[in-house]
Design a protein around this ligand. Sequence first.
Ligand SMILES: NC(=O)c1ccc[n+]([C@@H]2O[C@H](COP(=O)([O-])OP(=O)(O)OC[C@H]3O[C@@H](n4cnc5c(N)ncnc54)[C@H](O)[C@@H]3O)[C@@H](O)[C@H]2O)c1
Length: 355
Amino acid sequence: MRNGGPAARIAVLPGDGIGKEVTPESVKVIRAATMSARRPLEFVELDWGADKYLREGVTLPAGAVEMLRDEFDAILFGALGDPRVPGNQHAADILLGLRFKLDLYVNARPVELFHNRLTPLRDRKEEDVKFMVFRENTEGLYVGVGGFFKKDTADEIAVQEDVNSRKGVERIIRHAFDYARKQGLKRVCMSDKSNAMTFAHDLWQRVFKEVRQEYTDIESRHLYIDTLAMEVVRDPRQFDVIVTCNLFGDIISDLGAQLAGGLGLAPSGNIHPGKTSLFEPVHGSAPNIAGKGIANPLGSVLTSAMMLEFLGWKQEAEKLRAATRAALRENFVTPDLGGDRKTMEVGDWIAARVG
Ligand SMILES: NC(=O)c1ccc[n+]([C@@H]2O[C@H](COP(=O)([O-])OP(=O)(O)OC[C@H]3O[C@@H](n4cnc5c(N)ncnc54)[C@H](O)[C@@H]3O)[C@@H](O)[C@H]2O)c1
């Protein structure tokens, strides 16, 4: 963090659709929660998204990555995706561009049940559904290495390579153990499919066995991804921290999100510890409800709590979580969660509570 200047500089990138509705609510809430600080946070809004792309043909502007890396501590992101942009080229350029170019190798997806009425699981209490999923965020099947052979013929072949480096696997596994230790959590589960993916996930196996030896204070365990999917639903109490590859992390964290109330509530962080990191609600731009003022801002508020914690504002982060819990308890929520409040009303309510 900078000396003398603001406590931290945050680039605000609302993006498209409901990203433009929920992100301002989060900024309002963060301002309220951090108001009394001697050195407040500084917010700089960036207009990257579909409108700019359609107007100027620009997705990620030249020098954007360097600017974010050198001048900002964090990025608060809304969502990208617009029906006017077929293929959503702008979204891929901006979001994947930032994830890869800022080397945001940790995708942190906490799963936390804030009210027991929100889980589809029978007889589960809040404390039963609480774990963290760490998804490797820069490698695996998502690097775009592959190709077609004899495309658009009956003999077509499509190949997509699964790219795993020792460095990449080691740093995400190590992050999971470090997080567990720091948070006083006792259990780390690594998940792969090494029985079928005998090269890529053999590497995961070997690295996991090496790294776990340095963390003998933590109970470490391995589950194949298919077994993990069943176990997370059968009894989520077994898990504190889950670490897995890009593809499996994508899927298992969405499964987790549903166990804790669904898309409207799910937060995430794209993190490189110690460097500029990006925080975004899990949901997309929801064109079907954009502009109606009914998008649930709580996913973005919980995302902001993650960002505040990353920036060292732990108490303020907890205030945001407590206010979210209270809004759910009092049913002061948007229609997706069974309430009748507008996006701004919920934002105002949370801001009043944390401020
Ligand atoms: N990280 C991102 O920016 C991101 C993530 C997912 C999807 N997208 C993009 O968003 C666009 C729409 O995708 P989609 O429809 O598959 O997913 P979505 O998350 O936008 O919406 C799925 C469903 O959930 C509802 N929903 C989502 N967030 C909500 C909220 N905060 N409050 C209330 N309801 C909410 C929507 O109304 C919709 O019915 C696409 O262009 C997609 O590519 C972007």
